[in-house]
Design a protein around this ligand. Structure first.
Ligand code: 4NP
Length: 161
């Protein structure tokens, strides 16, 4: 059994690639990289094929996460067939995804900061027009939520075995 997780933001160059890299590192540390497949995408088409924002790359690298191989892509309707967890960074992304989702989508479509545990902040603030501190906050929020998500998926995988 494999679990497929997609992180979604607006541009796919700041928040969702950061979530992808952070969660990938935690999944690898838990030895679950074959069972948990991870990707990210943006609701917009603004940065298709582009590398993540250098400010995201730099902040992530300081914490040991390498974003350099990631490239922007836009969410597609096929993603609802491929991914059983689609986690949005903010309410605008979530509304966009809800409007796109097929009526029979049976996966989990939620805010990353509301699944599986409701965090203090529900949205990962868009750092694009922010100073460096915004990029640190993105990573703080994503790291905490990733721990909760991994624990949830580990429990699910152990039930399946
Ligand atoms: P992201 O951040 O959604 O976290 O990737 C943004 C990146 C680019 C833009 C906005 C947000 N933009 O306006 O181009």
């Amino acid at each position: 059994m494999s679990i497929n997780v997609l992180f979604v933001c607006l541009g796919n160059i700041c928040r969702s690639p950061s979530a992808e890299a952070v969660f990938r590192a935690k999944v690898a540390a838990a030895g679950l990289q074959r069972q948990i497949i991870i990707d990210s995408a943006g609701t917009s088409d603004w940065h298709i094929g582009k590398a993540p924002d250098p400010r995201s790359c730099q902040a992530a690298l300081k914490r040991g996460y390498d974003l350099s191989s990631l490239r922007g892509r836009q969410v597609q309707s096929e993603d609802f067939r491929r991914f059983n967890y689609i986690l949005a960074m903010d309410n605008a992304n979530l509304s966009h995804l809800q409007a796109m989702a097929p009526a029979d989508y049976s996966g989990t479509l939620e805010l990353m900061l509301n699944f599986p545990v409701r965090q203090v902040l529900l949205e990962v603030p868009d750092p694009y027009f922010d100073a460096e501190q915004g990029f640190e906050q993105v990573l703080d929020l994503i790291e905490t939520a990733s721990d909760a998500l991994l624990a949830h998926l580990q429990a699910r995988l152990s039930q399946a075995n």
